[in-house]
Design a binder for this molecule. Structure first.
Ligand code: SAM
Ligand code: SF4
Ligand code: SF4
Length: 340
């Protein structure tokens, strides 16, 4: 059975956060000194995640992306991938990582059946990397990316958050690096999501601006003709290199958004910007059973009318979304808790 929300959007795509912990402190995601972590006892087991994924697929979900926090910090992650990779209903399974632990784990991830991987990488300059993430770990990420590129994945992507005055002079070097390793680069507009407590509209480099800069360097940039619900618009350079831009801030794609998010402790969010979610852990652990969970998820999705990024675009007060104090009191609002 397929379930659709009030705008006709299917429940097709699930971002599954397996931990809220992270081994980096990216300025646009976790810039504060202290964080409130989810209680360990609340974190879903792999069996609980599998049960929920089965309920989601029975309602039309075909795509799952594992994320975090940093998903590779979750102990025995390949075991979860083994469970998910053998589900025929999941036609698309992927993982987004910051790459720090990738060199150690890439063989196990691939062997467990992970078909696609995305590595987040914002700069190729070691000092900048340290300033952006607080850790001197660029080499580890680049090594992990190289190994991923040679591990036989169906696709390897690089996700780059572009911030004015920080890394917006690296559009071309990043594309060149992607081309060298065989990874498609996707540039992401800086978003004012929970966690981005230092966000300002002045720091956003728009999709238009990025396209203009790339056209100045490479010549004609041609849109790829495709009609998908994927958030990245894809483009081709004159030499055939394909790249993407995710313009969530200046040209949001909420009207086609088929994504929901499950936090590591079983909180289910209909939108990246949603301030309230549905607790799936409690009914799961209380034994309401698969049919009860199905009804809860289906009803909640049918009532969905969220268009968070579009609402933000039209809001008069365009400053950071959520104050630090509120984030500390409600860690579920953090980007690193709900997985980006
Ligand atoms: N830790 C993993 C990583 O960094 O790839 C997975 C979780 S992270 C929250 C998922 C994605 O969200 C990353 O690609 C990250 O760059 C992106 N992200 C985090 N904060 C963002 C922001 N303020 N604007 C745009 N993208 C953001
Ligand atoms: Fe950076 Fe990802 Fe960690 Fe956020 S969750 S701080 S984006 S590595
Ligand atoms: Fe989907 Fe919400 Fe993001 Fe819009 S803001 S694309 S509705 S998750």
């Amino acid at each position: 059975m397929e379930v659709h929300d009030r705008l006709g959007r299917p429940l097709a795509n699930l971002r599954l956060s397996v931990t809220d912990r992270c081994n980096l402190r990216c300025q646009y995601c976790m810039p504060e000194r202290d964080y409130v972590w989810l209680p360990r006892a609340d974190i879903l087991t792999f069996e609980e995640i599998e049960t929920l994924v089965d309920v989601f697929t029975s309602l039309g979900t075909t795509k799952v992306r594992l994320t975090g926090g940093e998903p590779l910090l979750r102990k025995d992650l390949p075991d979860l991938l083994t469970l998910l990779a053998r589900k025929p209903a999941l036609t698309d399974l992927a993982l987004t990582t910051n790459g720090i632990l990738l060199a150690d784990q890439v063989v196990a991830l691939r062997a467990a059946g992970l078909p696609r991987i995305t590595v987040s990488l914002d700069t190729l300059d070691p000092d900048r990397f340290k300033a952006l993430t607080r850790f001197d770990s660029l080499d580890a990420v680049l090594t992990g990316l190289d190994q991923a590129a040679n591990a036989g994945f169906d696709s390897v992507k690089i996700d780059t958050v572009v911030i004015r005055g920080v890394n917006d002079d690296e559009l071309v070097p990043m594309l060149e690096h992607g081309r060298r390793v065989g990874a498609e680069v996707r540039f992401i507009e800086y978003m004012d999501v929970g966690g981005a407590t230092r966000w300002s509209i002045d720091d956003v480099v728009s999709r238009q601006d990025m396209l203009q800069r790339l056209a100045t360097h490479y010549g004609t940039v041609t849109p790829v003709d495709e009609n998908t619900a994927a958030p990245a618009d894809r483009f081709t350079l004159p030499d055939g290199t394909v790249f993407g831009i995710i313009s969530s801030t200046t040209e949001p794609f909420c009207r086609q958004c088929d994504r929901s998010r499950l936090t590591a402790d079983g909180g289910w969010y209909r939108c990246l910007y949603a301030t309230d979610g549905t607790d799936l852990r409690e009914p799961l652990r209380a034994g309401v059973g698969v049919e009860g969970l199905r009804s809860l998820i289906a009803e909640t999705w049918r009532a969905r009318d969220d268009r968070g990024a579009e609402d933000r675009l039209s809001s008069e007060d365009r400053s950071r979304l959520i104050p630090v104090e509120t984030l500390q009191a409600q860690p579920h609002l953090e980007m690193h808790t709900r997985g980006g």
